[in-house]
Ligand binder design. Structure first.
Ligand code: SAM
Length: 210
C-alpha cells in the first residue's frame, strides 16, 4: 500500500484530523525504517519487528500519540524508546527539536545512523535508560513514551514545562494497558485515559522485567 493511501485509510479515516500530523506522516518514508525483508509491508496497519524483541509501532498509533501531544513548531520534545527512529522522525517534522533515548545499544546506533543518513538534523539520540528522562535537556513541552510503563516515572513529570503534555502507555505487559495523556497545569498533573493499547514493556530501572 502506498504511503499516501496509508495516511488516508488507516489514519485520517480512523479519526486523526490534525493537519500537521497528517502531513508529517505523509513525508516520512516508513519503508526506510523497517528491516529490509519487511519493506513490502512497511505501509500496513501493524507494528513490525526491528530485532532485539522490539517493534516499530503501528502508524496509526504514532499519529494518534502525536495528535494527543498537541505538538507546536517551537516545542522541545523527549521521546523514550527510539527503536527504529521512525516515530522520532515523524515528531521532528512537527517541532523544533527531538531528544530520543534508547536502551538497546544496537538499536540506538542504528537509528542514529539512519536519521543522519536521511537528514533528520533536529533529532538527538542518546543510549540509556529513559526512566530518568534527560535532565540536561529538560524541561520539555511534551514527552512521548513508546514502551509500556507499569507506573508513570516521576522524573518525566518533573521534566515537563507548565502546560506540558506526557503521552504514555501504562499497564502490565501481561494484562491490559491504557494510553494516558497527562498534563501539567499550575503544577498539578491531570491524567486522562485515551485508548486501550498493547506496547512492548519499558525495561530498565523501576520496571519489574528487564
Ligand atoms: N518509537 C519506536 C519506533 O518508532 O520504532 C518504537 C519503539 S518500540 C515499540 C519501544 C522501544 O523502547 C524499544 O526500542 C525498546 O528497546 C525501548 N525501551 C524500552 N525500555 C526503555 C528504557 N527504559 N529507556 C529507553 N528505551 C527503552
Amino acid at each position: 500500500m502506498p504511503l499516501h493511501d496509508m495516511v488516508r485509510d488507516q489514519i485520517e479515516h480512523r479519526g486523526v484530523h490534525d493537519a500537521r500530523v497528517l502531513e508529517a506522516m505523509r513525508t516520512v518514508p516508513r519503508h526506510r525504517f523497517v528491516l529490509p525483508q519487511d519493506r513490502c509491508d512497511a505501509y500496513g496497519d501493524f507494528p513490525l519487528p526491528i530485532g532485539f524483541h522490539q517493534t516499530i509501532s503501528q502508524p496509526y498509533i504514532v499519529a494518534y500519540m502525536c495528535e494527543l501531544a498537541r505538538l507546536e513548531p517551537s516545542d522541545h520534545v523527549l521521546e523514550l524508546g527510539t527503536g527504529s527512529g521512525y516515530n522520532a522522525a515523524v515528531i521532528s517534522r512537527l517541532v523544533d527539536h527531538v531528544y530520543s533515548i534508547e536502551i538497546v545499544p544496537e538499536l540506538a546506533r542504528r537509528a542514529a545512523e539512519k536519521l543522519r543518513q536521511l537528514h533528520y538534523d533536529n533529532i538527538t539520540v542518546r543510549l540509556g535508560d529513559g526512566h530518568d528522562g534527560w535532565p540536561e535537556a529538560a524541561p520539555f513541552d511534551a514527552i512521548i513514551v513508546t514502551a509500556a510503563a507499569e507506573q508513570v516515572p516521576q522524573p518525566l513529570l518533573d521534566q515537563l514545562v507548565e502546560g506540558g503534555r506526557l503521552v504514555i502507555p501504562v499497564g502490565s505487559p501481561f494484562s491490559s494497558q491504557e494510553l494516558i495523556l497527562l498534563e501539567k497545569r499550575q503544577g498539578v498533573i491531570r491524567a486522562a485515559p485515551k485508548l486501550p493499547v498493547r506496547f512492548v514493556p519499558l525495561t530498565g530501572k523501576g520496571q519489574t522485567q528487564d
